[in-house]
Write a protein that binds this ligand. Structure first.
Ligand code: ADP
Ligand code: MG
Length: 736
C-alpha cells in the first residue's frame, strides 16, 4: 500500500514508485564513488580534454578567484562541448539566480552552420563567458530603468559546470552571475562572490598579523541543512493555496500533531525511502555531497544535509537540492513543500546554514586547536565573528526577512527575530575570564592555559551542548545560522554574514596593526585586543532560552533590535550608517541596496497578496457555498423531522439538528463578518510599496487571521465528505 487514507475516502491512493540505486556494467549495485560527479565538468573531466597548464589555471581560479582570458575560455568551451556531447547534451545555458529566490536559465543549442552552410556543433569562448538574456522580466528594483541598463549573465568559473539530465534531454548548465550594464548585482550570487573576496583579504591579513605569513587566502565554508514537507500530490493539488503559495492559508490543526514526538528520527516510510534514493542518486551525479537524511519533528516533515563545501558551491548546490527535492517528489506522487510554514500550528521548516572559514592550508579557523598558538588563532577569529555579528545584526536580520520566515521567527519553534550568539558553557567561561583580566601580567601562553583553554578541544568534540533557540549558535567548530528560511537561497544570507564578519575582521585588524612590531603582534597584545572585543560585544551573547519572554525583555534592556516582521526588518537597507559595511566590503553598492529594498518590499507585498487573494477565493468559491449548502440541509432536515412525526425520538432529533444548525449558522455569520472586513481592501491604498507592506502586516493580516479562524471553526462542523479541501490530517499523516 502506498498511502493509507483512513480519514477520507475521496482521494485515491498513489502507487509506490520503487527506485533502487544504479547498477554497474557487472550488474552489481554500483558504489556511490562510481557515479558521484559523473555529470560535473570537474578536474577529472577537464584533465582528459585540456592541457595540464590550463587545468592548473582553472583550478587556481576556482580556489582563489581570478580572471580567465579569452583564449583559455575558447579552449575550455571547446572541451566542455566535446564532453557534453559525448554525454548526450544538445544545449547549454547560463544558469543564474535572479532575486526571485529561484534560478533562471535560457537554453541554446550547440547547433551552428559552417561557411558552406553545413550544420555543425559550436560553443565558443565568448558564449561561455557572457550572455545577454532578455532580462526585462526579472526584478531589478529600477536598476534597468534606463535604456542602456541591460542585464548580463557572466560565467562564474569558481563553480563547476554540470549537465542537468532528465528522461527528456540533457543540457549543460553554466553557473553565472547576473549583473546590470553598470555592474550592479541583479542576483543573489554576485554579492556572495564579492563578500568572499573581501573576507579572504581581511582574514589573510589577520593571519599574517598573527605571524602566519604563508597563508594566501581564506574561504568561507557552508553546509546547509534543508527541511521540507512531503504531501501526497493527489491531495495537495486539490488545495489552491498549496499550489499557488506553497502554504495552506486555511486549515484546522489536526487532533494529533507532533506532541507524541513520534516522527523525529523515526523510521523512514518506504515510499519516502524510494524518493530519497532517487533524490540522492540525482544529487550524486551532480556532485552534491548529500550525507544525512531523516524524519523531522513535524508529521510529514523531513530533512537532508550535505557535507559542507566552499560557500559559493554550497549555495549553488542548495539551489539544485531545492529543485531536485521538488522534481523528485513529483515523480513519487508527492508535492515537496519548502515553504517556511506550510501548516499553521505545526512546526515550520528552516535552513540551518552551518558556517565556518577555512584557510589556504585547509585548516578550519573556528576549530579550537591543540596548542596555545592555535587557540589564539581560534579565539581571534571567534572574537572577530562576534564583533561582526554585534555591529551588523540589523542587516543580518534583514537578510533572512521574507514573508514565509515571518511565520517562523519568534514563534517558539524557531530562533527569535532578535540576533544573538550562543557560545556554549566552556567558551562562554573562557571569554568571561579573558574579560575579567585573569590574564593580566601573565605571559599569553601561560594565560591561555590558566583560562582552561586546554578544554577547547572538548568544545570541538563534544557537540551535545546545543541551543536550538539561538539564531547563531556555535557548535564546536562552526557557527550554525539557524534563522534562515527553508526556501531561501543560501547565498544571500551567507553574503551578508561574510560581509559582517569581514567588517569585524577589519576592525580587529586595525587594532592589531596599531600594536604590531615588524608586522606581527605579540600574543599578550592579541589578548588585550580580544578583551576589548569581548567587552564591546557582550550584549549579543546569550546562553539561555531564546524562546522565552524573559529574553525578549532582557534583549530590549540590552538595546538589541527585535524586528517582528519583514517590512520592519527591511527598513535598515535605507540606513546609511548601518549598511556602510556592505559598501566597504563591496558586497553591495548604494544602488544595489536601494534596489534590493524595493525588490524585497515588493516581493513581500506580492506574496502576501497572493496568499490573501487565495484565501478569499477559497472562502467565497468553496467554503461559503459548502457551508451554506450544509446549513440548508440541516434546516430542511430539522423541518422534516418536525413535520413528519410527533414521536419523541424525532422531536429529539429535530432539537439536535436545530442545535447543530445554530452552531453552523453562528460560525457562518462570524465567517461572513470577517470575510467582509478582509475584502474591504482599505489597507492597500498607499502611495508607495513600503507603506503598503507595513499596512499589510499591521492591518490586513490580522483580519485574514480572524477569517481563517472562522473557517477553521466551520471545518470542524461541516462533515468531512462535504468539506471542499483535504484536511491537515489527510495531508500530514498516512504516508507509509
Ligand atoms: P551536527 O549534527 O553536530 O550539527 P554535523 O557534522 O552533522 O554536525 O554537521 C551539520 C552540518 O554542518 C553538515 O552539513 C556539515 O557538513 C556542516 N559542517 C560541518 N563542519 C562544517 C564547517 N567547518 N563549515 C561549514 N559547515 C560545516
Ligand atoms: Mg535540523
Amino acid at each position: 500500500m502506498a498511502t493509507s487514507d483512513k480519514t477520507t475516502t475521496s482521494f485515491s491512493a498513489v502507487p509506490v514508485r520503487t527506485f533502487d540505486r544504479p547498477r554497474n556494467t557487472a550488474g552489481h549495485l554500483a558504489r556511490v564513488t562510481e557515479y558521484f560527479g559523473t555529470n560535473v565538468f570537474d578536474l577529472k573531466a577537464m584533465a582528459k580534454r585540456l592541457a595540464s597548464q590550463d587545468v592548473e589555471t582553472l583550478s587556481r581560479v576556482m580556489k582563489f578567484g581570478g580572471k580567465i582570458d579569452a583564449s583559455l575560455a575558447e579552449r575550455i568551451a571547446s572541451a566542455v562541448k566535446e564532453w557534453a556531447i559525448e554525454k548526450g547534451a544538445t544545449h547549454y545555458c547560463h544558469w543564474f539566480q535572479p532575486q526571485t529566490g529561484t534560478t533562471a536559465e535560457k537554453h541554446d543549442a550547440f547547433l551552428w552552420f559552417d561557411k558552406q552552410g553545413n550544420p555543425i556543433e559550436r560553443f565558443t569562448g565568448s558564449e561561455l563567458l557572457q550572455s545577454e538574456p532578455d532580462a526585462s522580466s526579472f526584478p531589478s528594483g529600477g536598476l534597468r530603468a534606463t535604456f542602456e541598463a541591460r542585464g548580463y549573465t557572466g560565467w562564474d568559473p569558481s563553480s563547476p559546470m554540470f549537465i542537468m539530465e532528465s528522461e527528456n534531454g540533457r543540457t549543460v548548465y553554466i553557473p553565472s552571475v547576473f549583473i546590470s550594464y553598470h555592474g550592479e548585482a541583479l542576483d543573489f550570487k554576485t554579492p556572495l562572490l564579492r563578500s568572499n573576496e573581501a573576507f579572504s583579504r581581511e582574514a589573510t591579513k589577520t593571519l599574517q598579523l598573527l605571524g602566519e605569513k604563508d597563508i594566501v587566502a581564506v574561504t568561507t565554508t557552508v553546509g546547509a541543512e534543508q527541511e521540507f514537507f512531503l504531501v501526497d500530490s493527489e491531495k495537495a493539488r486539490l488545495r489552491p493555496d498549496l499550489r499557488l503559495s506553497g502554504r495552506s492559508v486555511l486549515g484546522r490543526k489536526p487532533p494529533k500533531g507532533q506532541e507524541l514526538e513520534d516522527h523525529y528520527f523515526g523510521h523512514i516510510p518506504s515510499r519516502v525511502q524510494a524518493f530519497f534514493n532517487e533524490f540522492e542518486v540525482e544529487s550524486y551525479k551532480l556532485g552534491i555531497p548529500v550525507k544525512t537524511r531523516h524524519n523531522e519533528v513535524a508529521p510529514g516533515q523531513f530533512e537532508i544535509a550535505p557535507i559542507f563545501e566552499g560557500s559559493n558551491i554550497a549555495s549553488d548546490h542548495n539551489q539544485l537540492v531545492m529543485k531536485l527535492l521538488k522534481s523528485t517528489a513529483a515523480k513519487h506522487g508527492f508535492m515537496a513543500l519548502l515553504h517556511e510554514k506550510p501548516f499553521a500550528g505545526v512546526n515550520g521548516s528552516g535552513k540551518h546554514v552551518n558556517w565556518s572559514m577555512s584557510d589556504s592550508t585547509g585548516r578550519n579557523l573556528l576549530d579550537p586547536g591543540h596548542t596555545p598558538h592555535e587557540n589564539i588563532v581560534f579565539l581571534t577569529f571567534l572574537c572577530a565573528t562576534l564583533q561582526g555579528i554585534s555591529d551588523n545584526a540589523d542587516v543580518l536580520r534583514a537578510s533572512i526577512a521574507t514573508s514565509g520566515n515571518d511565520h517562523r521567527l519568534g514563534a517558539n519553534e524557531a530562533p527569535p527575530a532578535i540576533i544573538s550568539a550562543f557560545l556554549g558553557n566552556t567558551l562562554d567561561k573562557i571569554l568571561n575570564a579573558l574579560e575579567s583580566g585573569t590574564t593580566k601580567n601573565v605571559p599569553a601562553e601561560r594565560a591561555l592555559i590558566d583560562l582552561g583553554v586546554s578544554q577547547l578541544q572538548h568544545v570541538a568534540k563534544d557537540n551535545t551542548d546545543r541551543n536550538r533557540t539561538s539564531p547563531f549558535a556555535f557548535t564546536g567548530n562552526k557557527f550554525e545560522f539557524r534563522a534562515v528560511g527553508s526556501s531561501a537561497p543560501v547565498n544571500y544570507p551567507t553574503a551578508i554574514l561574510n560581509a559582517a564578519v569581514t567588517d569585524g575582521l577589519s576592525k580587529l585588524n586595525a587594532k592589531l596593526e596599531a600594536r604590531a612590531k615588524g608586522g606581527v603582534v605579540a600574543p599578550e597584545s592579541i589578548l588585550d585586543v580580544l578583551k576589548e572585543i569581548i567587552v564591546a560585544t557582550k550584549a549579543i551573547r546569550f546562553e539561555g532560552n531564546g524562546y522565552s519572554q524573559e529574553w525578549r525583555d532582557e534583549a530590549a534592556r540590552r538595546g538589541l533590535s527585535n524586528f517582528p516582521n519583514t517590512p520592519a526588518a527591511l527598513q535598515v537597507y535605507a540606513d546609511e550608517k548601518k549598511t556602510r559595511f556592505l559598501r566597504e566590503t563591496k558586497t553591495l553598492s548604494a544602488e544595489d541596496l536601494q534596489a534590493r529594498l524595493s525588490i524585497q518590499q515588493e516581493r513581500y507585498v506580492k506574496q502576501r497578496l497572493i496568499e490573501v487573494t487565495c484565501a478569499i477565493e477559497m472562502v467565497q468559491s468553496s467554503v461559503l457555498p459548502a457551508s451554506m449548502r450544509y446549513l440548508g440541509e440541516l434546516v430542511s432536515l430539522s423541518k422534516d423531522a418536525q413535520t413528519l412525526s410527533i414521536t419523541s425520538p424525532a422531536q429529539k432529533m429535530a432539537t439536535d439538528v436545530g442545535t447543530l444548525s445554530n452552531r453552523v449558522q453562528t460560525a457562518l455569520t462570524t465567517l461572513m463578518t470577517t470575510y467582509e472586513k478582509v475584502t474591504a481592501g482599505d489597507a492597500l491604498e498607499h502611495e508607495n510599496v513600503a507603506k503598503t507592506a507595513v499596512a499589510i502586516a499591521a492591518q490586513l493580516l490580522p483580519k485574514v487571521e480572524d477569517m481563517r479562524e472562522a473557517v477553521d471553526e466551520l471545518e470542524a462542523l461541516v462533515p468531512t465528505g462535504k468539506w471542499p479541501f483535504p484536511k491537515y490530517q489527510d495531508m500530514l499523516f498516512g504516508i507509509e
